[in-house]
Design a protein around this ligand. Sequence first.
Ligand code: UD1
Length: 414
Amino acid sequence: MVGGARLAGEVRVDGAKNSVLKLMAAALLAEGRTTLREVPHILDVEIMGELLRRLGCEVEHNERERILVIDVPSKPSHQADYDLVRKMRASICVLGPLVARCGEADIALPGGDAIGSRGLDMHVAGLERLGASVAVEHGFLIATAPHGLTGTQIRLDFPSVGATENLLMASVLATGSTVIDNAAREPEIGDLCRMLVGMGALIDGIGSSTLEIEGVEALRPVDHTVVADRIVAGTWAVGAVMTQGDVIVRNAVASHLDIALDKLTSAGASVEVLDDGFRVVMNQRPTAVDIVTLPFPGFPTDLQPQFIALNAIADGSALVTENLFEARFRFVSELQRLGADVRIDGHHAMVRGRAELSGAPVEATDVRAGAGLVLAGLVADGVTTVTEVHHVDRGYAHFVENLQVLGADIRRVG
Ligand code: UD1
């Protein structure tokens, strides 16, 4: 890409990657055809589709209509192999539904994004409290509950998104009631709760940090629309600010991005909330803004690289603190190749804004880092080439095409 263009125009956001993958797993909880709408055309959806097929489901994805239909057999198989799980750590979200539905799940231990050591201890401890036996054998996590799961009290050490989701999906079919305390409150979890309720699950406290689940005997398939992707929406917003542009983001939920949009206002942008999204207008060089990542409703770690890119060209200095994934700063060495002035000390990054970055070849190290590097390339002088863009394809549908529509000088090569 050649830097310098101003992003202007309209872009529409699809359903959230971090929701749809869990909703696809949740479909396993009921026999029959579940329909998901607003499903994004991204690599991770294909990987999850392949995983569900291996479990015995039929999966049809109409990419143009953004509709995904999953037909779940009466007896799904229960093994998720390493070749798929290593491609996508989120595969672990079939653990809860499979134990609940089949009484057993054998999941290869995951790889996925290179963004820090992400433990599964809370997933395992929660399943054990629900009565499952869990062991690790030959690289597989094996969870068994031949006589079903039993409702219980679970208090998470930390509001982990993945653990909350797995335990929620496990407990909807357990006998009796389960309380998950210190549950994560991300909008994607609210979305999963709403889908489960549509399937017949009984869940109280949706959107809060205490979820109360009354187990039911069986669930039914559902037709559900995936919540909008707040991280993609936020990425467009940051792009508008960095390029001093004017972008309307449609089909987005501004209230899911409160802190991030407030930060953009502090950086000097004007943000207007619309019925179906928001508009971001910027007419000056942004002012640097401090960031501290935290579980929702705190600032999302998935927008941290994009905000480091913004700070790299801002007026002033900013301190960015990463509290969720220690290795999320790895991409900074790539950003430095574009001339960014960033110093890392543990989980803090001090960014001193520069008037200009200069184009260079850089490598995407994970999906959000890739997005951050593309945004940086859009404002760098000359040509920037981002390699390993398959990471970006994992989370951003038609990213290059959308950027072109907004006026960026960018193309995909190879
Ligand atoms: C999800 C999102 C990811 C986002 C993250 C935080 C998906 C597919 N991914 O990841 O994009 O950045 O939420 O919003 O939805 N942890 C443990 N033990 C556990 C579970 C987690 O120590 O049992 C730690 C992890 O190592 C990490 C932190 O908790 O440091 C947050 O992890 P978690 O909230 O579980 O994130 P994910 O579900 O993996």
